[in-house]
Design a protein around this ligand. Structure first.
Ligand code: FAD
Ligand code: NAD
Length: 475
């Protein structure tokens, strides 16, 4: 007979494993099924994020940042270094060690919370029956649940005539595993992955060219931030070509030849490696039996309502496989909310205050609306900003690029969006998220004491500037 659980979660990424832990904390008998196979051939829960996404990319971003600073920035501090070198194998092994530690930590957390973990592929059938095909090839396992949470994540989008081969033409997985620094790297898509992984190899000495179809750089970011970031990345020698459509790519004599079409017509360009990062799509292959009752929408996402309920009773879906931004923290918060709803508690997520961070150097972070979105919606707003070039701590640390920009409702002064391009933007944005979550005003942030000297004073000054009373810049 099928073993019975109160909650079964299919997918052990930041959506699934977090939902499992919260469900178990709430006293529900919980199982989590994940099929990911780590580099050692064993189960490796944590999904894209821990295995081939957020964490390994940040490990390489940090390694490459050290190397770049060593070569380009230490001289200004009077520190001289000769014979700086990079051992790519050591860098990759360090990254793998970080991944192993964290995925092992997830296994321990699941065990510690008494979540039953299955390593294999789960499929939802009618009536919340779940069939597992175990990763070790053993016989299928049948389970039955009161509630099922689908958290199957996403996979890279492939474009026509550009076939991944895992060596020359790669996705994020391949670009986290290069054995040496490619002399030239082509990147299709100047979005989040293109900028982050492009930065890694650029800092290590690769000549990186980003081929972006859209005419605008970072169209989803605030235009002032995007403009400053484009200028800064150009200085860093990232070659970003806008309005450039890739028509195809082929491997010839150890090089990738890319066919592009831009304002000047069609041309070919050769690279040593090509990263394709043109977005991701929900992964639902083999997840749903024909009679599961779960519907997909026309974008291939699992259809859910505002509470993450699918079209099948007792079946929920979260994370990258449903609508909304494809971000780890969004997936995790949805997982917690769904576990709490299942346990009969009130829960909801405020999608308007989900922060975004791009881990370039300097970092880009924002929450809420951009200025162009407010204009398009006809909202009457006021704007304030402050450059890091006028912030003492930023200058002391040699981090004077970028700005903080704050947008607030012209009448109520409620903060509608904050956009940061600068050092530690990923951390600075949290204060703004809290303020927005509490429906705070720019006046609230302007009246809060910020420690001196800190980068957070730039947030304070942007709030003051919004009211024409910044201290360290003209108003
Ligand atoms: P996933 O993490 O994709 O996990 C889904 C899991 O389910 C996987 O392990 C998969 O193997 C498993 N699975 C799928 N189908 C089945 C099945 N039928 N049975 C069993 N198991 C199944 N986001 C951020 O917020 N910050 C970042 O810095 C960031 N950096 C990123 C960098 C890169 C290179 C990439 C690719 C992504 C990055 N992301 C980042 C996005 C982030 O990784 C995703 O938003 C997040 O992992 C989504 O979580 P999830 O739980 O929905 O899905
Ligand atoms: P993306 O949506 O960020 O960027 C894709 C880019 O490719 C876009 O600018 C798009 O215009 C361009 N593009 C699409 N088709 C093209 C074509 N044929 N030729 C040239 N350009 C083309 O997608 P991504 O960088 O692949 O990342 C996927 C998702 O993963 C992100 O949207 C994000 O949700 C998540 N992610 C988040 C982080 C983070 O939070 N720091 C980091 C990496 C990934």
């Amino acid at each position: 007979m099928a073993e019975k659980f109160e909650v079964i979660i299919i997918g052990g990424g930041p959506g699934g494993y977090v939902a499992a832990i919260r469900a178990a904390q709430l006293g529900l008998k919980t199982a989590c099924i994940d099929m990911y196979v780590g580099k050692d051939g064993k189960a490796s829960p944590g999904g894209t994020c821990l295995n081939v996404g957020c964490i390994p990319s940040k490990a390489l971003l940090d390694s490459s940042k050290h190397f770049h600073h060593l070569q380009h920035d230490f001289g200004a501090h009077g520190i001289s270094v000769s014979d700086a070198g990079i051992d790519v194998a050591t860098m990759i092994a360090r990254k793998d060690g970080v991944v192993k530690k964290l995925t092992g930590g997830v296994s321990q957390l699941l065990k510690g919370n008494k979540v039953t973990f299955f390593h294999g592929k789960g499929q939802l059938k009618s009536g919340r029956q779940v069939e597992i095909t175990p990763a070790d090839g053993s016989a299928a396992v049948q389970l039955q649940a009161d509630h099922v949470i689908l958290a199957a994540g996403s996979v890279p989008i492939q474009i026509p005539n550009v076939e991944f081969d895992g060596e020359f033409i790669v996705d994020n997985v391949g670009a986290l595993e290069f054995e040496s620094v490619p002399e030239t790297l082509g990147v299709i898509g100047a979005g989040v992955i293109g900028l982050e992984l492009g930065s890694v190899w650029n800092r290590l000495g690769s000549k990186v060219t980003l081929l972006e179809a859209l005419p605008d750089f970072l169209a989803m970011a605030d235009r002032d931030v995007a403009r400053q970031a484009a200028r800064e990345f150009k200085k860093q020698k990232l070659d970003i070509r806008l309005g450039t459509l890739v028509k195809g790519a082929e491997v010839k004599k150890g090089k990738v030849e890319v066919i592009v079409e831009d304002g000047k017509g069609e041309s070919r360009q050769a690279f040593d490696r090509l990263l394709v990062s043109v977005g991701r799509k929900p992964y639902t292959e083999g997840l749903l039996a024909a009679d599961s009752g779960v519907r997909l929408n026309d974008r291939g996402q699992i259809e859910v309502n505002e509470q993450s309920k699918t079209t099948a009773p007792g079946v929920w879906a979260i994370g990258d496989c449903v609508r909304g931004p494809m971000l780890a923290h969004k997936a995790s918060e949805e997982g917690i909310a769904v576990a709490e709803l299942i346990a009969g508690k009130p829960a909801h997520i405020h999608f308007d205050t989900v922060p975004w961070v791009v881990y370039t150097d300097p970092e880009i972070a924002w929450v809420g609306k951009t200025e162009q979105e407010l204009e398009a919606a006809g909202v009457d707003y006021r704007s304030g900003s402050f450059p890091f070039a006028a912030n003492g701590r930023a200058l002391a640390g040699g981090q004077g690029s970028g700005l903080v920009k704050m947008l607030a409702d012209a009448e109520s002064d409620e903060i509608l969006g904050v956009h940061i391009f600068g050092a530690n933007a990923s951390e600075l944005i949290s204060e703004c998220v809290v303020a927005m979550e509490f429906q705070g005003s720019s006046e609230d942030l302007a009246r809060i004491v910020h420690a001196h000297p800190t980068l957070s004073e730039a947030v304070h000054e942007a709030a003051l500037h919004l009211d024409g009373r910044a201290i360290h810049r003209g108003n």
